[in-house]
Design a protein around this ligand. Structure first.
Ligand SMILES: [Zn+2]
Length: 135
């Protein structure tokens, strides 16, 4: 079985784009920035730019997919608690907002493997850092 419903399909870029077309739009945004980044630009940080890209891609792929944007929580409101593992696993406060994944594609899009595949694909398009402090 090699179709979109194959539960064993690996999350490669082309497959993920078939599952979530908005990833292609995100790629187009990255391509546009790369195209118009002047060769003469003295300062460019691929890692910093990738941080912005990840903030945009998180509603579409990875473990943050499935939460409606309007339910996104302000991290500043979150209490930091030290819990036992059992208490941690029993805490379903966040899960009350999570929409169920009803398809193979939706389950795959929510995986960390899919997040890594998208992140790697987009990062590989970026020019290397120059004039930044991370190199
Ligand atoms: Zn950098």
């Amino acid at each position: 079985m090699t179709g979109l419903t194959d539960p064993n399909r690996r999350p490669d870029w082309e497959y993920l784009v078939q599952c979530e077309f908005r990833l292609r739009e995100l790629e187009q945004m990255v391509d546009w920035v790369v195209k118009y980044l002047p060769d003469s630009a003295e300062h460019w940080c691929a890692n910093r730019f990738m941080g912005h890209v990840k903030a945009i891609m998180e509603p579409f792929v990875g473990m943050t997919r499935g939460y409606p944007v309007e339910e996104a929580r302000n991290p500043a409101d979150r209490k930091i608690e030290i819990k036992t593992l059992d208490a941690f696993l029993a805490d379903d406060e966040d899960d009350q907002y999570l929409r169920p994944a009803k398809t193979v594609q939706e389950s795959l899009l929510r995986s960390s493997e899919a997040y890594d595949a998208v992140s790697s694909h987009l990062y590989a398009k970026l020019p290397h850092c120059r004039g930044c402090s991370c190199i």
